[in-house]
Design a protein around this ligand. Structure first.
Ligand code: CFN
Ligand code: HCA
Length: 534
């Protein structure tokens, strides 16, 4: 059932007028005949609204730094912040060296009232010393929470002094939760710190194998990066580093030796891709390993970049083998999913990426959105790549492809120019707005009131989001699939992951549980009345 503008206006009319005006700008019904449809994003949530967003500290420490396994991550702040970022994000890792995997530990200065009054710097210095003494890590991070900025503790000075005292890198991140409007500011702070202090600190000049790549914005939720790496290894790529799933300080130090940066999460780590392009000239390529077709397309684009017939042949061989293996399995599950509808609301990239996988199961996404993504994540860009030869280059000509306001170099023969011009897929630069069907809805920073109202009107068969609304939605009789933690299942990325996802979603549909739940709108109150005092 499609939704009309009138229905949305009615829903928003329940808000105070200022809020109504604001929220209106965050919702659009896709209409490809319109000249331009703009959605407001990356602006402050109105106080009082129950948003699903997190804070800058969650984005910095929880998301980007959290998965780095051979560093101990210290939260300078009250215990709740450290515990939330440790317990909610599903950071999975295996040690590369015995005793050098610390993700099971939640380390915090556990700030108390007296620290707020008298300052917490001494306590932080003591915790750093203790951590170095007990765990002997390669490096330590210190992340600031809101009160640290409010009382003015100088975590940078404490970290610098500790670094001199202990002789290991101690990286301070001033990612106080209140900075910016969401996690997004924290991603940027973490990206800056890793480029300044870690990437390039290694002494390797060259990567140890052929086709060296970094996988940026892949966080190994549910083992995703292990499934992606399985295929990349088989094709013959050298994965120099993964940022930051199952990632390590050790690998990141030498990440500058990669020849190509793949960008899986387009939101949290595009800053590193951009900075490495400026600093080392390393080109980057947006990829999407969610869904069978997107995985195959990403692998083909990578092969196109390296332009080696052997690599291309191997890529096609692996794609053919994997398709033959997974497609019949997915087909079985498709029978249970075909014709259903989904809501897909996640923090950043996943709100877009998972729609392709839903479509492969025959599920239409009727409403989607991001908690904190920016306008470019919604809009994407469709640009016809302009290809120029570089007159100054020696040996193999370096071709500069200009697309999406950036350049990347392709080592290809001049004869391939025209062919490339045809081949570089435009859809590759598309965002959510470009890909969604007419009549579907996009909502930025969806809140709990709107969640309930949209569900009542559109009655989706599955709601894909996170822990903060999962149970409210399930109590409405609708299966909810967590696309942050995968409900502790996974992997969902790559070819094997698509089969797991199909299985889990099908399980949600066929479970008899839903027959026992009566959604609130079917239980209108039978009696109405008012209370009067005697
Ligand atoms: S793993 Fe990523 S894919 S990093 Fe980002 S924008 Fe979060 S933690 Mo939750 S699941 Fe989510 Fe994305 Fe990139 Fe995860 S959609 S909200 S900050 N995200
Ligand atoms: C975060 C982390 C989170 C939360 C997940 C959820 C994650 O935003 O701080 O709300 O279900 O993926 O762990 O996005």
């Amino acid at each position: 059932m499609a939704m009309t503008l009138e229905q949305i206006s009615e829903m928003l009319a329940k808000y105070p007028s200022k809020v109504e005006k604001n929220r209106k700008k965050h919702i659009i019904i896709k209409d490809s005949s319109a000249d331009r449809q703009e959605i407001e994003a990356n602006t402050r949530t109105i106080p009082g609204i129950i948003t699903n967003r997190g804070c800058a500290y969650a984005g910095c420490k929880g998301v980007v730094l959290g998965p780095l396994k051979d560093m101990v991550h210290i939260t300078h702040g009250p215990i709740g912040c450290g515990y939330y970022s440790w317990g909610t994000r599903r950071n999975k890792a295996r040690a590369d060296e015995p005793g050098q995997e610390f993700l099971n530990y939640c380390v915090s200065t556990d700030m108390q009232e007296s620290d707020i009054v008298f300052g917490g710097e001494k306590k932080l210095a003591k915790v750093i010393d203790e951590v170095a003494g007990i765990f002997k890590p390669k490096a330590i991070t210190v992340s600031a929470t809101c009160p640290v900025g409010l009382i003015g503790d100088d975590i940078n000075a404490v970290a610098r002094a500790a670094e001199e005292r202990l002789g290991i890198p101690i990286l301070a991140f001033s990612c106080e939760g209140y900075k910016g409007v969401s996690q997004s500011a924290g991603h940027h702070i973490a990206n800056n710190g890793l480029v300044e202090r870690v990437i390039g600190a290694g002494d390797r000049e060259e990567a140890a194998g052929k086709y060296p790549i970094n996988l940026l914005g892949e966080y190994n939720i549910g083992g995703d990066s292990w499934e992606i790496e399985r295929i990349l290894d088989e094709i013959g790529y050298t994965v120099v580093s993964v940022m930051t799933g199952n990632g390590s300080y050790e690998d990141l130090k030498n990440a500058h030796t990669a020849e190509l940066n793949l960008v899986q999460c387009h939101r949290s780590i595009n800053y590193i891709a951009g900075m490495l392009e400026t600093k080392y000239g390393t080109p980057w390529l947006k990829v999407n390993f969610i869904g069978v077709a997107a995985t195959a397309e990403s692998l083909r684009n990578m092969a196109r970049y390296f332009d080696d017939p052997a690599l291309t042949a191997r890529t096609e061989e692996i794609i053919a083998r994997e398709l033959a293996r997974v497609e019949p399995q997915i087909e079985q599950y498709r029978k249970l999913c075909e014709g259903k509808t989904a809501f897909c609301f996640v923090g950043g990239s996943r709100g877009h990426h998972y729609q392709g996988l839903f479509a492969e199961l025959g599920i239409d996404t009727v409403l989607a959105g991001y908690e904190f993504a920016h306008r470019d994540d919604y809009e994407g860009r469709q640009v016809i790549p302009e290809i120029k030869t570089d007159a100054d280059s020696k040996n193999i000509p370096d071709l500069h492809v200009t697309a999406d306001e950036r350049r990347f170099r392709l080592k290809v023969s001049p004869e391939k120019l025209a062919e490339l011009q045809r081949q570089i897929p435009l859809s590759f630069y598309a965002g959510m707005q470009v890909d969604m069907a007419d009549g579907t809805i996009m909502v930025d920073d969806l809140n709990h009131y709107e969640t309930e109202e949209f569900i009542k009107l559109l009655k989706p068969d599955i709601f894909a989001s996170g822990i903060k609304d999962k149970y409210v939605v399930q109590k409405m009789g609708i299966p909810a699939k967590q696309l942050h933690s995968y409900d502790y299942s996974g992997p969902y990325a790559g070819f094997g992951g698509a089969v797991n996802f199909a299985r889990d979603v099908s399980m949600g549909f066929v479970s008899p549980t839903w027959n026992f739940i009566v959604p609130p709108w079917k239980e209108e109150p039978l009696l109405t009345g008012s209370v009067t005092e005697e």
